[in-house]
Design a protein around this ligand. Sequence first.
Ligand code: SAM
Length: 169
Amino acid sequence: MCDFEMPFSFNEWTIGPKLYSWILKLIPGDGVILELGSGEGSGLLSKHFKVFSVENFKEYMIYGTNYIYAPCPEGSNWYDPQLIKDRIPDKYDCLLIDGPRGGENRLGILDNLSLFNLDDPVVFVDDINRDHELRIFNEIIGKTRRNSIIIKDEYGEIKKKFGIICDTI
Ligand SMILES: C[S@@+](CC[C@H](N)C(=O)[O-])C[C@H]1O[C@@H](n2cnc3c(N)ncnc32)[C@H](O)[C@@H]1O
């Protein structure tokens, strides 16, 4: 059940409106999304898709998705990889990389890429206007050799970019 009030408005913590519309464009209506990092935007996505959210803070597990609670082990700033491995769905149409909180913390995915299918799902990397996220985007492209595109997402005071890695782009 979803614990927050609509109406929804995009903000500095959520995916932006363009990222949202690209997900709607590229992912089929009955599609499965695996996201790293939950927030209000996850609740919006769950109205259209089956969403699995890896999240390290319980307070953000209130948006009505299928939660995979994966706190960061002591001494680490990234999710516990074993908890992810055991709980993520076998198949997903979309991988959305938008967590954990704090750009540098997200770099942990680079040591754990083997947990994810990077060859078939559409991969979105949010916030690639920032160096750490751009590095994640570029390393996934380097590893998979798939097509990619960078999109500007600007709304209100917020000016950011996200990347899409996808065979059909
Ligand atoms: C960018 S947010 C993830 C946003 C999510 N994908 C969405 O579209 O709403 C990254 C992390 O910040 C934390 N977070 C989510 N909402 C937040 C908020 N309103 N304020 C502070 N931290 C938040 C959560 O731990 C989340 O995993």
